[in-house]
Design a protein. Structure first.
Length: 223
């Protein structure tokens, strides 16, 4: 499946969040206030995403919701994923080492993420985990609250705080919510308001800097 690159990628001073899928990816584009410029419901393929980014050199931040690299050989997951669990109590999928990717139930997603990170490395793209970002902003889910309801609640509250609530769609899917979370995390990263949860010798996972939470080996989740 293919798609047209979002028009806002050709404007200046934008921040991009990418929710990665095995075949198509969902893109969110926001301005420096966090206002939503584009948040299409339909996904586009990798080539459309990359073409849109490469067509414009003024992208100020890119955040990708997918692992950047496999786990080190001999480990069941990456150090950054273990750090997310320790620091924020979030559940996160374990990325296997390279020799265990083939046949993995998330193989398509993993390979797409590795490829997207490699293609966008020169653009300064960073890895994020939307569940971790939302946890920093508003805490964990309430008892009985679904992921969709929690994501909706957190993002609408954050949009109110940013003064951009009118730019959110009335109805949207979880791919869009995760892409927007990633875009807002890219904005935080560019502003110096994010911290990298330790990835050991590999890149870590970036999360917003919050007011409470454990310390990170490469920074502090707290203010």
């Amino acid at each position: 499946m293919s798609g047209r690159a979002p028009d806002a990628l050709r404007s200046s001073g934008v921040f991009v969040g990418i929710d990665v899928g095995a075949r198509v990816h969902h893109v969110a584009v926001v301005d420096d206030r966090g206002a939503v410029l584009e948040l299409p419901a339909a996904g586009v393929d990798l080539e459309a995403v990359v073409a849109g980014l490469e067509a414009r050199g003024a992208i100020r931040g890119i955040a990708i919701d997918a692992p950047a690299v496999p786990a080190p050989v001999g480990l069941r997951s990456r150090p950054a994923e273990a750090h997310v669990v320790r620091a924020l109590g979030c559940r996160i999928f374990a990325t296997p080492p390279a020799d265990q990717v083939a046949g993995h139930w998330l193989e398509g997603f993993l390979r797409a993420g590795f490829q997207l990170h490699a293609r966008l490395a020169d653009h300064g793209a960073v890895e994020v985990f939307p569940t971790a970002s939302r946890t920093v902003w508003a805490g964990r889910r309430l008892p009985g609250e679904t992921k969709a309801a929690w994501s909706e609640r957190v993002l609408r509250a954050r949009a109110d705080a940013l003064g951009v609530a009118r730019t959110l769609p009335g109805r949207w899917n979880q791919h869009q919510r995760d892409a927007l979370t990633a875009a807002w995390t890219a904005l935080e990263h560019a502003a110096g308001h994010a911290v990298e949860l330790d990835g050991g010798t590999a890149p870590g996972i970036w999360v917003p800097r919050g007011r409470s939470g454990p310390r990170s080996a490469r920074g502090d989740v707290t203010d």
